[in-house]
Ligand binder design. Structure first.
Ligand code: AMP
Ligand code: TRP
Length: 335
């Protein structure tokens, strides 16, 4: 059975973009794979996180992932810092990856902003740690949104170079699993920017914990243009905001954009937004309620994450120990 691995940063409350682009796919893959899902706190601190907030967001994110339908007993849900194998393999990958490869990463350029000299070294080598996350489990299938594709290509370059340098096909190639309909959910304020949990404007995104009023308010105020909805998807060309709302509706309702427009084409945005708000409220508020319920027992999520970490470590430790042996590190003598 092919192993699935994916991760998400505890750097804020997860958004509708995380849900439609990634977590929903995580849930679906459970039926036919062994899955590992990781709250990547090591990745989160590549940009400053207030410590107490990071701790709380790690728990909230884990609870939200379970509320979305990930089963932490049949599969593995854990936080990255609790499995040191990730950091051990990441160091080896820091020495395998080339600076030239990292210089091409567009996410680094976006996140570092104008003052690249002031970015943390961790932000720069972030993709090496991501490659280690996946390859420490010999996972081959990785569900992500389309912004992560470049990182997965880099992970494959690292795996190939390792295999070449140490003359053994030790690491498998990985395959990105990208949901085409919701690969990129865009900001509600600007249809050219992706919806992000780190966007300074809360109006730009729908959070998984938002209540019905907040969801309806944000959708009602979402930016649109003055034209009515077109009657077919070609008419969405050059209309980023309209395309985004139609895409969200389709992804939530399980309909193609063409089917959505067959129903709403020719109408103004007001009625469509009401329908979209009702649909979003119906899909997301049960997730928010279940997240709250799970967080009400303070120790529960922590116990669950550490239990997941123990099971994850049992898979990763022998793989990373073998990578260390291939590199030429001494092996622990058997007693
Ligand atoms: P992050 O929030 O950056 O930790 O991303 C976690 C996962 O959610 C990754 O697989 C991303 O590709 C996915 N994701 C984040 N934002 C979006 C978005 N706006 N649309 C689609 N997928 C997204
Ligand atoms: N870099 C990913 C993001 O920001 C999160 C991530 C970390 C990840 N490690 C991973 C995703 C391993 C898939 C597999 O979205």
């Amino acid at each position: 059975m092919q192993r699935v691995f994916s991760g998400i940063q505890p750097s804020g409350i997860p958004t509708l973009g995380n849900y439609l682009g990634a977590i929903r796919n995580w849930v679906a893959l459970q039926a036919e794979h062994d899955c590992l899902y990781c709250v990547v706190d090591l990745h989160a601190i590549t940009t400053w996180q207030e410590p107490e907030t990071l701790r709380q967001q790690t728990r909230e994110l884990a609870a939200a992932i379970i509320a979305c339908g990930v089963d932490p007993e049949r599969h593995i849900l854990f936080h990255q810092s609790a499995v040191p194998a990730h950091a051990r393999l990441a160091w080896i990958f820091n020495c395998v990856a080339r600076i030239g490869w990292l210089n091409r990463m567009t996410q680094f350029k976006d996140k570092a902003g104008k003052d690249r000299e002031a970015a943390s070294a961790g932000l720069y080598v972030y993709p090496n740690l991501m490659a280690a996350d996946i390859l420490a489990y010999h996972a081959t299938r990785v569900p992500v949104g389309d912004d992560q594709k470049q990182h997965l290509e880099l992970a494959n370059d690292i795996a190939q170079k390792f295999n070449h340098d140490y003359a053994t096909p030790f690491f498998p190639l990985i395959e990105p699993l990208i949901m085409p309909e919701a690969a990129r959910v865009m900001s509600l304020r600007d249809g050219t920017k992706k919806m992000s949990k780190s966007d300074p404007s809360d109006q730009s995104r729908i959070n998984l914990g938002d209540d019905a009023d907040a969801i309806a308010g944000k959708i009602r105020k979402a930016r649109t243009d003055a034209e009515p909805l077109p009657s077919d998807p070609e008419g969405l060309e050059g209309r980023a905001e309209a395309r985004n709302l139609v895409g969200i509706y389709g992804a939530l309702a399980g309909m193609t954009p063409a089917a959505v427009l067959a129903e709403y084409g020719g109408q103004g945005f007001a009625g469509f937004k009401d329908a979209l708000a009702a649909l979003t409220v119906a899909k997301l508020t049960p997730i928010g309620a279940e997240t709250k319920r799970l967080l009400a027992d303070p120790g529960y999520i922590d116990r669950l994450l550490f239990d997941g970490a123990a099971r994850a470590g049992a898979i990763a430790n022998p793989i990373v120990a073998e990578a260390e042996r291939l590199v030429g590190f001494l092996q622990r003598p058997s007693v």
